[in-house]
Structures are given as structure tokens and as C-alpha cells.
Design a protein around this ligand. Structure first.
Ligand SMILES: *[C@@H]1O[C@H](CO)[C@@H](O)[C@H](O)[C@H]1NC(C)=O
Ligand SMILES: *[C@@H]1O[C@H](CO)[C@@H](O)[C@H](O)[C@H]1NC(C)=O
Ligand SMILES: *[C@@H]1O[C@H](CO)[C@@H](O)[C@H](O)[C@H]1NC(C)=O
Ligand SMILES: *[C@@H]1O[C@H](CO)[C@@H](O)[C@H](O)[C@H]1NC(C)=O
Ligand SMILES: *[C@@H]1O[C@H](CO)[C@@H](O)[C@H](O)[C@H]1NC(C)=O
Ligand SMILES: *[C@@H]1O[C@H](CO)[C@@H](O)[C@H](O)[C@H]1NC(C)=O
Ligand SMILES: *[C@@H]1O[C@H](CO)[C@@H](O)[C@H](O)[C@H]1NC(C)=O
Length: 398
């Protein structure tokens, strides 16, 4: 099926805003998935596969400094496993309609307080849109060409407790060595919070680094992130904005640093919540202070690279925050894919085996009006649509 059953309003909107041609795709890959239920797209130096479940990326192949193709994202070998996996780490998905945590599963819009379904910290808050958030559902494939795929979802009024219907289109496009993401969402009936992200887990070595199954040796640079959102012990923003002091464990702005550089520092214990060692932090992206900028052409907001594979990822985005999670809760339960790993080593994701890099807006901004995020996070009928764009550029340092 090429077209979702949407209102004509939503359909025209999609055709206009996303700029897609919704004719029968002229594609060597066809509108149907491969035998594993995945949809492949490709361009020079890069190919990727996606599954409808959560509009998730399942595989991303680039060639490393030795000419070996590496699959550098977490996923499953088959589309079905995204649904059946009991742990649901949101692999490669689009969390929605509101990414990250909502304090006390509560927010207020125009004087009305809404309670959404809790699913985190024993019912204290809502994570990534609730227990049946967007990344627990199969999106519809509305377009698929050789280098691009578009998914859609219609999120009904009241689902997970959120007010109003939301219609969204997620378009992934490949161009030479580049993955481009465009997410558009429209609140069609009521004012509602919307904040999306791409929850992709990375291991730039494809789990083949002979010295380590972890990503602790990946180098990270966040040149505009001198601040982060302060959180309590269960990662709920407490209203503070904290400085990432030079030389501190959260300083990735003054110089690039390996993910694991400060792992044994006493400061690191509790950095990602009570008793948690590592990163699960929302870094702010402060660019406006330096004058006007164009996110497409000004410096990347984040760079990550691995000396083993030589693969480097530069991230460009229109978003103002960036969550970094160092996979401290992985414990060797989740399998890696058949396209990954090293012979003779356990075929699982070990603790710190990956990094999640999430472009998004200021987390729980709907509960902090003093941050002034309303225009970026609350949308109603007649408003401009919610838009997220990100460009991931890959290069190889040989
Ligand atoms: C699409 O159509 C054009 C013109 O008919 C053809 O040259 C091309 O090979 C087709 N396939 C793709 C993937 O573009
Ligand atoms: C999503 O689609 C896959 C592949 O067709 C299927 O195995 C799975 O059961 C579906 N999941 C849901 C939640 O509908
Ligand atoms: C949590 O939200 C409920 C409404 O859903 C409210 O009654 C309660 O006071 C809130 N608790 C806290 C600690 O804010
Ligand atoms: C973190 O690591 C960097 C790079 O090795 C180092 O310069 C810095 O002193 C370390 N900071 C802490 C708090 O350990
Ligand atoms: C890899 O990381 C470990 C732990 O942070 C560090 O001791 C080691 O020097 C790093 N290796 C390289 C090649 O950077
Ligand atoms: C944190 O660790 C300490 C020491 O192991 C333990 O007593 C405490 O219960 C832990 N707290 C939580 C919230 O897990
Ligand atoms: C590993 O993590 C999974 C997912 O969070 C959890 O269900 C499981 O109990 C953990 N296993 C061990 C041995 O800690």
C-alpha cells in the first residue's frame, strides 16, 4: 500500500511540506520490504535499512579506513524482532509524540492539566511518549525510492493521554556519505506537546574493535555545549541549567575527549542519575550567542569518531539540545547483528558498548515555561508544523 488513509488536509500537507513525489516509486528496491522486512536505500559511500516499527533505522553501512564495510548502528537482523524484543531500548527509532521524560506524567496547556500514561521509574514519569508511544507502533511506508524513504503515523486524540490528533511524516534521505533526517508533525485538532528525536545507537567500529567491545574509545566533541540541563536522581529536569566547567567530566566543548576518558573520575558517579556512572545528559546547543548562523553550513554541533575504524560522524541540526547516553544500562543481554562483531567474541552489546546521540529540544520544556520553549514544543491547529532536521555526514580518517 502506497498511501495511508489520511484526511485530505494531512495528505496535501505532506505533499507540500515534505516535498515528496508520492507517485509510484521509481526504484530498484521497490515499495516492498526485503526478506527480513527491511527497506533499503543507498547513495555513494552509504547504504541504510529501515523498518516500519518506530520508523527505525536498522542498519547503516559505511566503509572504514581499511576498506571494510561496517554496520555502525544497533538494530535487529529482522523487522519482527523490533516488536518481539522484550527490552525495547528504542533502537534507532523516532520516540514520540514527546521524547525523553515528562515529570510526574503531567503538563498544563492553557490552564488544562493533562495526565499521560506513566511508564518509567515505577510509574513516576513518562518516557518517550508512554508505554505505547510512537516507537512501539508500525508506521506506514508512504514513499520509497532508491535513496529515500518516508514513513507516516496518525496518533489519535487521547492516545497515551495526549490531547488531540497528531499526523507526522518522517523522511530519511541518503546522499553521498550523508544521512538526512526530516521530521514533520502537525497537531490537527487540539494544542498538544510535540518533541521528536532520532534514538539511534552507534558503535562506529561495528563492534569489531579488537581491543574493546565498548564505545569508550570513541572521541566526542560538542563545541557549543557549555551547559546542560540539571536533573534529579531519576533524570527529571529540576529547573537548573548547569555549566559544564572546563576540565569537568561533562566538558566536551573545550577539546574533544574520549567517551571513557573520565570514567573512573569520582565526579562520574551519579552523573547519569543515582548510582549511575557515565552519561545520560541533555547538553544545550548554544549557537545564537555567537550571532546569526545557518545550521546546514555552520560547524557541526557534535562530532564523534573512532580511531580504530577511522569513521567520523559530524552532526548538523536545527535543534537546540542534544542528549548523549553512553549505554551504561546495557549488560550483555541485547544481541548484535550478524553484520557486526568480531569472531571469537560474545555477540552481544556489552556495558558502554554504544553511544546514543539524540538531537532534540530542551527536555521536559513543557514543564518549564521559564525556559521559553513553548513555540518549539506546543503545537495546535493552524500553527506552523513541528519540524526537526538533522544531517549526519560520514568521513574516514585514514
Ligand atoms: C527510473 O526511471 C528512469 C527513466 O525512466 C530510469 O533511467 C532509471 O533507471 C529508473 N530507476 C531509478 C532507480 O532511477
Ligand atoms: C510490525 O510489523 C512487523 C513486520 O510486519 C510485524 O512482525 C509486527 O508484529 C508488527 N508490530 C506491530 C506492533 O504491529
Ligand atoms: C502529580 O500529578 C498529579 C496530577 O496528575 C497531581 O495531583 C500531583 O500533585 C502531582 N505530584 C507532584 C509531586 O507534582
Ligand atoms: C577528563 O578527561 C580529560 C581528558 O583526559 C582530562 O583532561 C580531565 O582532567 C578529566 N577530568 C576529570 C574530572 O577527571
Ligand atoms: C581506550 O580507552 C581506555 C579506557 O578509557 C584507555 O585506557 C585507552 O588508552 C584507550 N585506547 C586508545 C587506543 O585510545
Ligand atoms: C545506590 O547504591 C548504594 C550503595 O550501593 C545503595 O545503598 C543504594 O540503595 C543505591 N540507591 C539506589 C537508588 O539504587
Ligand atoms: C540486563 O538488562 C535487562 C534490560 O534492562 C534486564 O531486564 C535484565 O534483568 C538485566 N540482566 C542482568 C543480568 O542484570
Amino acid at each position: 500500500m502506497l498511501f495511508p488513509m489520511l484526511s485530505s488536509l494531512a495528505f496535501c500537507f505532506a505533499a507540500g511540506v515534505a516535498g515528496q513525489t508520492y507517485a509510484t516509486p521509481n526504484s530498484t528496491h521497490g515499495p516492498t520490504p526485503d526478506a527480513n522486512g527491511k527497506y533499503e536505500i543507498s547513495a555513494e559511500g552509504i547504504r541504510a535499512r529501515f523498518v516500519p516499527y518506530g520508523a527505525s533505522i536498522s542498519d547503516l553501512f559505511v566503509v572504514d579506513k581499511n576498506g571494510v564495510e561496517r554496520d555502525i548502528v544497533l538494530g535487529f537482523d529482522t523487522a519482527g524482532e523490533f516488536t518481539t524484543d522484550p527490552y525495547h531500548p528504542h533502537l534507532g527509532s523516532v520516540p514520540g509524540r514527546y521524547a525523553n521524560r515528562i515529570k510526574n506524567s503531567t503538563f498544563t496547556i492553557d490552564g488544562t492539566t493533562y495526565k499521560v500514561t506513566p511508564n518509567d521509574n515505577n510509574g513516576l514519569n513518562t518516557l518517550h511518549g508512554g508505554p505505547d508511544g510512537w516507537d512501539y507502533r508500525n508506521f506506514t511506508v508512504v514513499a520509497h525510492t532508491a535513496d529515500s524513504i518516508t514513513f507516516s503515523i496518525v496518533d489519535p486524540d487521547g492516545k497515551e493521554g495526549f490531547p488531540g490528533e497528531v499526523v507526522s511524516y518522517i523522511t530519511y534521505t541518503l546522499s553521498p556519505n550523508t544521512w538526512h533526517i526530516k521530521m514533520v508533525a502537525l497537531a490537527t485538532t487540539k494544542k498538544t506537546p510535540i518533541m521528536l528525536s532520532s534514538h539511534t545507537y552507534w558503535n562506529l567500529d561495528g563492534f569489531a574493535h579488537p581491543d574493546t567491545p565498548t564505545a569508550l574509545n570513541h572521541t566526542v566533541s560538542l563545541p557549543f555545549s557549555g551547559q546542560r540541563v540539571g536533573v534529579d536522581g531519576i533524570l527529571i529536569p529540576d529547573g537548573t541549567i548547569l555549566p559544564n566547567a572546563k576540565g569537568s567530566v561533562n566538558d566536551f566543548w573545550s577539546a574533544p575527549k574520549q567517551m571513557g576518558a573520565n570514567l573512573t573520575s569520582p565526579e562520574m558517579l551519579g552523573n547519569c542519575g543515582t548510582n549511575c556512572t557515565g552519561y545520560d545528559n541533555c547538553f544545550l546547543v548554544n549557537r545564537a550567542q555567537n550571532g546569526p548562523y545557518d545550521w546546514r553550513t555552520s560547524d557541526p554541533i557534535a562530532s564523534v569518531w573512532s580511531d580504530f575504524s577511522g569513521i567520523k560522524l559530524d552532526i548538523y541540526t536545527d535543534q537546540d539540545a542534544f542528549q548523549v547516553y553512553s549505554c551504561g544500562f546495557q549488560n550483555g543481554t541485547l544481541p548484535i547483528k550478524s553484520s557486526q562483531g568480531l569472531e571469537g567474541r560474545r555477540r552481544v552489546v556489552e556495558k558502554y558498548g554504544c553511544i546514543v546521540l539524540e538531537v532534540q529540544d530542551w527536555i521536559d520544556g513543557i514543564n518549564h515555561p521559564e525556559w521559553g520553549r513553548e513555540k518549539r514544543q506546543v503545537f495546535g491547529p493552524g500553527d506552523e508544523p513541528y519540524v526537526l532536521e538533522a544531517t549526519y555526514v560520514f568521513s574516514v580518517d585514514s
